[in-house]
Design a protein around this ligand. Structure first.
Ligand SMILES: Cc1cc2nc3c(=O)[nH]c(=O)nc-3n(C[C@H](O)[C@H](O)[C@H](O)COP(=O)(O)OP(=O)(O)OC[C@H]3O[C@@H](n4cnc5c(N)ncnc54)[C@H](O)[C@@H]3O)c2cc1C
Length: 236
């Protein structure tokens, strides 16, 4: 669908990370995990990358808004986006992609995610929680500090609401008393949280470097590559 959408809300969802809520167009249908292309209309500045970016849809189909969450780097697109007045229209072209949760509920899902790559994952988990599916879901979510983990509070709420969902955070530095894991995701950490390495379907999303590193780790653990699904966020 190609249409205009209105900005209705902006919020901070981690250090240097914002979520932008847009009105959902009448009749807009998508599957949890898909993404949308947003185009700024007559922005006050632009650069070589142009006025369009693709962002995964953070809110699930059952929820009211279209939401994009992103690291607010110092690029023309993001400077303009950050300062857009509420009510501004953007062009939307969506939905795209097939990074969606598998149907077979007896097959567990394991998400191994760096930072902002969690956006489509939050969407899939929110929809599975709403639909009360039986998928056993584990999310290993890595970032530098607890404050850098995008959508942390929201994911903690989903873990409380969904007994089948386990949220494991891992950070490189945290204050004393931190309950989560520490350090980068490695083979030992995956083994600690995944009972049978050969049963789940694995999902990797985010900046290309993280996705590639996690694929290599899973292959080293002898995970069948047919059971690894990825979404690479270009531009990081
Ligand atoms: C399917 C899909 C889904 C995506 N979903 C999301 C999402 O949910 N959230 C999200 O944030 N992104 C998502 N992305 C990526 C998104 O489309 C942008 O490419 C990304 O946010 C970077 O945009 P930008 O304006 O910061 O950088 P751009 O202006 O696009 O930068 C382009 C280039 O400039 C360089 N650059 C710019 N700024 C910096 C900097 N501060 N440090 C280092 N290098 C820099 C980089 O080398 C980069 O390659 C997705 C991409 C795809 C393909």
């Amino acid at each position: 669908m190609q249409t205009n959408v209105k900005l209705i809300k902006k919020e901070t969802v981690a250090n240097g990370t914002m979520a932008f809520h847009f009105s959902k167009p009448e009749g807009f249908k998508f599957r949890a995990g898909q993404f949308a292309d947003y185009t700024l209309i007559n922005p006050p500045e632009t650069d070589a990358e142009g006025n369009t970016r693709g962002f995964s849809l953070v809110q699930a189909p059952f929820e009211p808004d279209l939401v994009a969450a992103t690291r607010m780097r110092d690029t023309a697109f993001k400077r303009v986006l950050k300062d857009l007045p509420i009510g501004t229209e953007l062009k939307l072209d969506a939905p795209y992609g097939d990074f969606t949760l598998h149907n077979t509920q007896t097959t567990p899902a394991v998400f191994i995610i760096g930072g902002i790559g969690v956006t489509p994952v939050r969407c899939m988990i929110a929809q599975a929680t709403h639909d009360r599916t039986a998928h056993q879901i584990t999310l290993l979510h890595a970032s530098r500090t607890p404050e850098d983990l995008p959508l942390k509070a929201d994911l903690e709420r989903l873990a409380r609401d969904n007994p089948n969902f386990t949220y494991v955070m891992t950070v490189e530095s945290a204050p004393n008393g931190w309950q989560g894991e520490r350090g980068r995701v490695d083979a030992a950490m995956v083994k600690r949280h995944v009972a049978d390495l050969h049963k789940p379907i694995y999902y990797l999303s985010g900046p290309e470097g993280m996705v590639k590193a996690m694929r290599t780790l899973l292959v080293e653990l002898k995970v069948n590559e047919d059971n690894i699904r990825t979404e690479e966020f270009t531009g990081y």
